[in-house]
Design a protein around this ligand. Structure first.
Ligand code: UD1
Ligand code: MG
Length: 443
């Protein structure tokens, strides 16, 4: 939509969050809240997107880049913020979509409908019917279902509070009337703020067409507090779970699987209970993720098996048909196709070759207190249980490391390395000791 501009209001203090972080940077599904809104806007292909921020919100400006930001000098209300955003628009024609940075789950199709329903020379409000309207502005409509005003919860009469149709905080306004309406806003209300919502009554009074479209309640959840943040996360997770199952993954207990926005799953992926996907996880077909695994920043190849109780940290790769079993931590490491590490190991800054086997309890000691050092285990190599590979070290292809070795040097391909004390056997030693001790005790 080339003749569309988007303004995202994000300068609010977010006092109800009780946080040092700007509200719109709190994460949902691994993305800052405002990133959801930016993505939804980008899908509309508008001429421009401008986010309104408060002075000092440089981290928010960095988050919305390459889109522009306008600074609202004092937080005098959403209407004043919309003024700052409108003044910063380069495009002065067409339609202007005004969205709130704290309403993150609105879908692109919903905004398309909002734009579509905006009459020439008029405006359209996104409405919804929440299960509990407390805190939301109420839509006042006439007999023909035109909106005549929005009344804020704090300013509403007891009778108006019974209205269930609420304002979602998203509006589409013809650019011809927007600056004039914003100009006329006053701050005589319960909060002494310039309410953006008052543009509706002003537009209706000057005879402009004011309509509304209704969106599903979950899309329009506004996040003003930590409990609303949790509620929005819950809605988002339900959506992501449904999408994963629709795309061909089996979630054995969906309510205990947590996804990030960018989680990519192939077909016939099986996810057991309690699995957490942080950002940047891609899973190929036929992979099983066993219970209680925590994954971030990893690409998992076809037919691989992960967990139970695996932790994979960015930037890692689990190759085709590879296995990482219980209590394995993989950190910035690659396991090539068919490699196995099945029990109790830490693999850091390492490349594990094809079909190599890492025995139980192996630790790759990758950190010397200052630097992270890289190691390699060759193709088909075997590392015996409870070994420590002290980085940087290279185990050659097909080499064999005896159990409980502390390896500090490179091991050539095809050779054996054993680095531990020899076993000493003393025939009859224990039996003799027991007999002597028992005799002494018996007096
Ligand atoms: C607002 C609406 C309310 C609606 C609800 C939906 C107003 C007056 N009320 O209430 O009708 O039901 O959203 O979630 O708009 N902001 C600024 N600068 C300011 C003040 C606010 O940029 O000075 C931004 C905030 O960052 C936020 C948006 O405007 O993104 C709305 O402000 P907020 O304080 O969250 O208003 P609500 O009480 O949620
Ligand atoms: Mg809000």
């Amino acid at each position: 939509m080339s003749n569309l501009s988007c303004i995202i209001l994000a300068a609010g203090r977010g006092t109800r969050m009780k946080s040092d972080t700007p509200k719109v940077l709190h994460a949902l599904g691994g993305w800052p809240m405002i990133h959801h809104v930016v993505k939804t806007c980008e899908a509309l292909k508008p001429a421009e997107i401008v986010a309104v921020i408060a002075p000092g919100m440089d981290d928010v400006a960095a988050e919305v880049k390459p889109h522009a930001t306008a600074v609202q000098e004092k937080q005098l209300g959403s209407g004043d913020a919309a003024r700052a955003g409108t003044a910063a628009l380069k495009n002065k024609t067409g339609k202007v979509l005004i969205l709130a940075g704290d309403v993150p789950l609105i879908q692109t199709e919903t905004l398309e409908a909002l734009v579509e329903e905006t009459a020439d020379g008029g405006l359209c409000v996104l409405a919804f019917t929440p299960s509990d309207p407390t805190g939301y502005g109420r839509l006042i409509t006439d007999d023909d279902l035109n909106v005549t005003a929005i009344v804020e919860d704090r300013d509403a009469t007891a009778e108006q509070k019974n209205i269930v149709l609420c304002n979602a905080g998203a509006y589409c306004v013809d650019a011809k009337i927007l600056p004039g309406l914003l100009e006329k806003l006053s701050s005589s209300n319960a909060q002494n703020e310039f309410y953006l919502t008052d543009i509706v009554a002003l537009a209706a009074a000057q005879g402009a067409a004011c309509s509304y479209v209704e969106a599903p309640a979950f899309e329009t959840l506004g996040v003003n507090s930590r409990s609303q943040l949790a509620e929005a996360e819950g809605e988002l997770q339900n959506y992501l779970r449904a999408r994963a199952m629709f795309d061909g993954a089996t979630l054995i207990d969906p309510m205990t699987t947590y996804f990030a926005m960018d989680t990519k799953l192939g077909r016939d992926v099986i996810i057991e209970p309690g699995v957490y996907f942080g950002p940047g996880v891609t899973v190929a077909d036929n992979v099983t993720i066993h219970a209680y695994s925590y994954l971030e920043g990893v690409t998992i190849g076809k037919g691989a098996s992960v967990g139970p109780f695996a932790r994979v940290r960015p930037t890692s790769e689990i190759g085709e048909g590879a296995t990482i079993g219980n209590f394995i931590e993989v950190n910035r490491s690659v396991l090539k196709a068919g490699a196995k590490s099945k029990h109790l190991s830490y693999l850091g800054d390492a490349v594990i070759g094809e079909k190599a086997n890492i025995g139980a309890g192996t630790v790759i000691a990758n950190y010397d207190g200052f630097d992270k050092l890289a190691s390699e285990v060759g193709k088909g190599a075997f590392v015996g249980s409870n070994s420590t590979l002290i980085a940087p070290v290279k185990i050659g292809d097909g080499a064999y490391v005896g159990a409980a070795s502390a390896i500090t040097e490179d091991v050539p391909a095809g050779s054996l390395a054993v680095a531990r004390a020899r076993t000493i056997i003393r025939d009859g030693w224990a039996a003799l000791r027991n007999a002597t001790k028992q005799k002494k005790k018996a007096g």
